[in-house]
Design a protein. Structure first.
Length: 329
């Protein structure tokens, strides 16, 4: 009986504290409470930049704050990822792509830990890459001719990419491994230079995301031999997949785009970003605009699954590097 009055007093004190606790909770600012920086690690006008600027206005409308795209080009997106990893303002995002996974696989030392410092939270879109041939007499007309010639005279055919260690370089290596052929890799400084080399007959082949070379294919300046996605592109339905041509149903390589935040971002913020991105990508107008670039909106996925998928990509490219004998840097 002596304990009953004390329990009553504690309950009464708890009831008195409830209004104060409610005021403290409601005083916490809702996220976001100021403009959001939306980093991307490549130059203006590239596909990553275009995707970021396409979705930023929709994210801003849904979140109620401006979403400002900020280009931080350099080292294949590494500079932007470092900036993201070090951000502590709670209002910095980044649109990462395959380059994030490739850098994690290629470089022994990065200014951030790709597994623990950055948290991918929402997939946005993906697009297959195209193996392009020129239109000159030396260019192979289809994948069968390419395979035959490359096996008869290994290393005689040249494939251009946007640089050693780029996604395109590693995709070219993956195609060679799947087809059992050897090509000579020729790196160039950017897509325009690689396409000029193809047009001038300096190289016979180029690997690029489909969204970057639709104009050249439709204009007859280049011939698409194969696309690396598991399914054919709706914009290039006549182009067969590598999986079809090589009889390898597991061959599926796509350039993907995902929103990432610094590690330690509150779970409530991560959940809201994931849900908001899924809602934004359900908008028919935005889906149509992405489709015009050959990009397929990715289905809504839980943040944990997105993180797992990105880490699996790092493992995939690590395997490509090892099999191709590319020295890690």
């Amino acid at each position: 009986m002596t304990h009953a009055p004390r329990l009553g007093r504690r309950a009464a004190l708890g009831l008195l504290a409830l209004p104060a606790m409610h005021r403290a909770a409601t005083a916490q600012p809702a996220w976001p409470d100021r403009p959001i920086r939306f980093l991307q690690g490549f130059g203006a006008g590239g596909t990553t930049d275009i995707v970021a600027r396409l979705i930023a206005p929709s994210l801003a409308a849904a979140l109620g704050q401006p979403v400002v795209v900020e280009n931080r080009p350099g080292a294949g997106g590494t500079m932007a990822a470092e900036n993201l990893a070090r951000a502590r303002d709670g209002h910095t995002l980044m649109l990462i792509n395959n380059g994030y996974a490739v850098s994690a696989a290629l470089y022994r030392r990065l200014p951030y830990d790709p597994f623990t410092d950055v948290e991918p939270v929402a997939m946005v879109a993906s697009v297959g890459l195209v193996l392009l041939a020129g239109t000159g007499p030396e260019a192979p007309r289809d994948m069968a001719e390419l395979s035959r010639r490359a096996k008869e005279t290994p290393d005689r055919l040249h494939v251009a990419t946007v640089g050693v260690g780029s996604t395109q370089h590693f995709v070219a290596e993956a195609i060679q491994a799947a087809a059992g052929i050897r090509l000579t890799h020729v790196p160039y400084r950017g897509t325009p230079a690689a396409l000029v080399a193809l047009r001038n007959g300096e190289v016979e082949l180029v690997v690029e995301p489909a969204s970057s070379v639709l104009g050249q294919i439709r204009g007859g300046e280049a011939r698409a031999l194969a696309i690396t996605s598991r399914e054919r592109s709706s914009l290039l339905p006549e182009v067969p997949t590598v999986a079809e041509l090589l009889g390898d149903p597991g061959f599926d390589i796509q350039t993907w785009y995902a929103i990432a935040v610094p590690a330690g971002t509150p779970p409530a913020v991560v959940a809201r970003l994931s849900e908001t991105t899924a809602a934004v990508l359900a908008d028919p107008t935005l889906r149509a605009r992405l489709g015009e670039l050959g990009l397929a909106p990715r289905p809504a996925t839980l943040p944990a699954a997105v993180k797992e998928a990105v880490h699996a990509e790092i493992a995939r490219w690590s395997g490509v590097i090892e099999r191709a004998g590319i020295e890690r840097q």
